[in-house]
Design a protein around this ligand. Sequence first.
Ligand code: ZN
Ligand code: ZN
Length: 142
Amino acid sequence: MTRRTARCQCGQLSLTIEGEPRFTTACCCSRCQRRTGSSYSHIGRWPRTALVAQSGEGRVFERTGESGGLARQTFCPTCGSTVLTEVSLMPDLIGVPVGCFGDPALPAPAIAVWCENRPAWVVFPEGVPQLDQQTGAASDRS
Ligand SMILES: [Zn+2]
Ligand SMILES: [Zn+2]
């Protein structure tokens, strides 16, 4: 089975993840924008059992999620990269920021949310549902 390593930028904290993600998602919410410093976050979701090893020390930041529930993020205390996200609404899945793998073969988002915050120049692949969180409607800025 495929094994990939997700690493923070300094390399102190790494996770070994087995198998392919169930799906990946893009989120343009303002919290994700601030966490990443980018226009959207791209997170892969795996079953919890896919996390087979952790090396290094992580610190945890918890907040109430934009859609309710608790969001728990594990980051490297040295360089600040988030390598693991868990949300109470999806207790059986872990999230790993796709960029931590450095693997361009990981799949495109299956869905994009909070698209009311999406800059116009961000274009997701055709057919990817793009939802405005506040209305739940498909974004008219596709
Ligand atoms: Zn680090
Ligand atoms: Zn978000």
